[in-house]
Ligand binder design. Structure first.
Ligand SMILES: Nc1nc2c(ncn2[C@@H]2O[C@H](COP(=O)(O)OP(=O)(O)OP(=O)(O)O)[C@@H](O)[C@H]2O)c(=O)[nH]1
Ligand SMILES: [Mg+2]
Length: 317
């Protein structure tokens, strides 16, 4: 191809979409703070009209009204899946133009379990990288645990990468937490991952994450886990991240990681380097690691790190 001087070469603008599926997915979506992030779209999808009303999102899709009356799927995965399948075209229209789609859900109920794999499949059809973030039920949720195990495989199959957060793991680590507090921990983690990764793709950063690199990491990912920590001191920050309750102890098979560091004025080049080096040391040098760093508007000295580590299977599987 010959490009004349008058031709302007414009890099295509990246777009990110975040889709909340079912109750848990939409609660997590509602918790996100995307202020000032252009090119980011939030979509709330549910069979439950009453829950959708309470969610803030750029688009709200009530699906399956003809068979649920807008009252939720009541744990019926097949019904929710059918509702999502019938809404593929609407969904695809919403997702066209997004390079990265995060799909948020909690496994174990009807809507999140049945719709998240369909959303992931539509996202990929629309040309996007589909990264699902889902939670597995608490052990005491009985029937839901088996249902979640059966169906999460579908989600993994349809997504480029699936971040799995196990509620029961959190309980073992922090038995004093109430269920609502445990959900809040999960929702905060989801929020940090989604906002940091989107931010360092879309916002000007000290070190931007490269979309092509991220694609490579997530494409080979399978299942992933998340870690995060906050501290003023670099060493403590890295040690806490390494001991994160949701982190699988066996990182030997980790194939990649997307690591993001942020902080206010305290985030010097030396500290950024120290954190990134510390994190890559414990993830191991077999993994393909990409990094982003962004200075944010905060006037304390707290630094924070979040990472998605790919190729890590939950221990209990
Ligand atoms: N992180 C998080 N997890 C939740 C929350 N609420 C429920 N969960 C978990 O997610 C699983 C699925 O629950 P919901 O998302 O409410 O179910 P749903 O997908 O709306 O399914 P139906 O209501 O049956 O259509 C539960 O078994 C819980 O383990 C929440 O607010 N945050
Ligand atoms: Mg529901």
């Amino acid at each position: 191809m010959i490009i004349s001087e008058r031709d302007e070469i414009v890099a295509p603008r990246l777009g990110v979409a975040v889709v909340g599926c079912g109750g848990a997915g939409n609660n997590a979506l509602n918790n996100l703070d995307f202020e000032g992030t252009d090119n980011l779209k939030t979509i709330a999808l549910n069979t439950d009209a009453g829950h959708l009303v309470r969610i803030k999102a750029n688009r709200k899709l009530l699906i399956g009204r003809e068979f649920t009356g807008g009252r939720g799927a009541g744990g019926n995965v097949a019904l929710a899946r059918k509702a999502a399948e019938l809404s593929r075209d609407r969904l695809k229209t919403e997702l066209l133009g997004s390079s990265l789609v995060f799909i948020l859900s909690g496994m174990g109920g009807g809507t999140g379990t049945g719709t998240a794999p369909v959303v992931a499949s539509v996202a990929r059809e629309a040309g996007a990288l589909a990264v699902s973030i889902t939670s597995m039920p608490f052990d005491f949720e009985r029937g839901r645990v088996e249902r979640a195990r059966d169906y999460v495989r579908e989600l993994i199959h349809e997504s480029d990468s699936t971040v799995i957060m196990e509620n029961s793991r959190l309980v073992k680590q922090f038995p004093e937490l109430t269920m609502q507090q445990a959900f809040a921990v999960m929702d905060t983690l989801t929020s940090q991952i989604v906002t940091n990764v989107s931010g360092s793709l879309l916002k000007p950063s000290l070190m931007n994450i490269d979309y092509a690199d991220m694609r490579t990491i997530f494409r080979g990912g399978g299942t992933s886990t998340v870690i995060c920590s906050e501290n003023e001191d670099v060493r403590t920050l890295v040690d806490d991240a390494a001991r994160h309750p949701l982190l699988q102890t066996n990182l030997a098979r980790a194939s990649g990681a997307v690591v993001h560091v942020s902080g206010g004025e305290a985030l010097t080049l030396e500290k950024t380097h120290g954190i990134l080096k510390g994190i890559s040391d414990f993830i191991g040098n077999r993994a393909h690691i990409i990094m982003g760093a962004r200075q944010v508007d905060r006037n304390d000295a707290v630094l924070s790190v979040t990472a998605i580590v790919t190729g890590v299977r939950p221990e209990s599987w």
